[in-house]
Design a protein around this ligand. Structure first.
Ligand code: UDP
Ligand code: MG
Length: 324
């Protein structure tokens, strides 16, 4: 597929896309801060005056949607959509990005709680003007996290890498995407969406902007360990068939162990005469068949991995430029 190259010299119409789940306490604090930043960037000619904020109410149980309506009445640059039910952060964010796809030149996704330091927005826009189409916000430290959250997060990154999922280290979903990058994202037809895995695959010129992650302004985290764990497993299983390859390797290892066990069992039986009746044949069949079964599952897994890649119908390539 080929999409038009953005005009990076023109101030972009910027959309700030914010998934909100039970954020009625945080939004009234967050909105004015973000308006302030939009005003400042528009005044200095870095973004278009028509830039705006889009809040996605992810089926909140509190009065978030009402708060969004009130904020919109006060300043219509804050817009909202509400989902029919709670679908989780990744889907809410995707819904927002798809909503702005024909209405902006660049979109920045960020959390409703000001944990993603909004001052980094200016840095991202600066990179956009240099022709960067995906700008990743990366945390410069994890000082404000509890030691537990910090350690578990880092353990997840290492585990994901081992399982064949490549993500940007310490990057959550705070990022700028050009309109063209959003159009490529829309080409990914998969249902299990894991943006942190897909966005690095989009390509084009990318950059990183470092920021300090602040404590939440109000309300409480909606991402307990259980949700982090399921996000991590979703990420791995949507991106990599490597866990199945590991089964094959374990099968190979146990087959090698079988050879050693065979020698031991045969010596015990024929030379040392230490074996009870039946032990030799049972040992050999458990080890032999067990390792063969493991390897067979691994081989079937390789084919399932291929089917898995096919059914996702991911875009096969994106043309960046042509001289014709
Ligand atoms: N969020 C969402 N749907 C959910 C859970 C969270 O849209 O089911 C939003 C939430 O409102 C916030 C962002 O995702 O804007 C990140 O959530 P949170 O701040 O609770 O996560 P943490 O920063 O603690 O990891
Ligand atoms: Mg947060």
């Amino acid at each position: 597929m080929k999409f038009d190259t953005p005009d990076f010299s023109k101030p972009p119409v910027l959309a700030l896309v914010i998934p909100c789940y039970n954020e009625s306490e945080a939004l009234p604090i967050t909105a004015p801060v973000l308006f302030g930043i939009l005003d400042r960037l528009a005044a200095s000619g870095q973004i278009d005056g028509a830039s705006y904020i889009l809040c996605i109410d992810d089926g909140s149980r509190d009065n978030t949607w009402q708060v969004i309506g009130e904020l919109h009445a006060r300043d219509p640059r804050l817009k909202g959509i509400t989902l029919a039910h709670n679908r989780g952060h990744q889907f809410a964010l995707l819904a927002g990005l798809m909503e702005v796809i024909d209405r902006c030149d660049a979109a920045i996704s960020l959390d409703a709680d000001l944990q993603d330091d909004p001052e980094a927005i200016a840095g991202m826009i600066e990179e956009y003007h240099k022709g960067k189409e995906v700008v990743f916000g990366v945390r410069s430290s994890r000082q404000t996290d509890t030691r537990f959250k910090r350690n578990t997060a880092h353990a997840f990154y290492s585990f994901q890498k081992m399982m064949g999922l490549e993500t940007v280290y310490d990057h959550a979903d705070y990022r700028l995407m050009s309109n063209r990058a959003l159009k490529v994202l829309a080409e990914y037809g998969e249902t299990n969406i894991f943006l942190r895995g897909i966005v690095p695959q989009i390509g084009f010129d990318t950059a990183v902007v470092k920021y300090e992650r602040n404590p939440r302004v109000a309300g409480e985290s909606k991402y307990p360990l259980s949700k982090m764990l399921s996000l991590s497993i979703d990420g791995i299983t949507s991106f990599s068939a490597r866990p199945m390859r590991w089964i094959f390797f374990i099968g190979m290892l146990s087959f090698a162990a079988t050879l050693i066990v065979t020698v031991y069992v045969l010596i015990s039986n024929f030379f040392l005469h230490r074996a009870n009746a039946g032990w030799t044949s049972i040992m050999l069949s458990i080890w032999g068949l067990g390792s063969l079964i493991l390897m067979s599952i691994g081989i079937v897994g390789e084919y399932i991995g291929k089917i898995f890649a096919e059914v996702k119908h991911r875009p096969r390539f994106t043309v960046k430029d042509t001289v014709w």
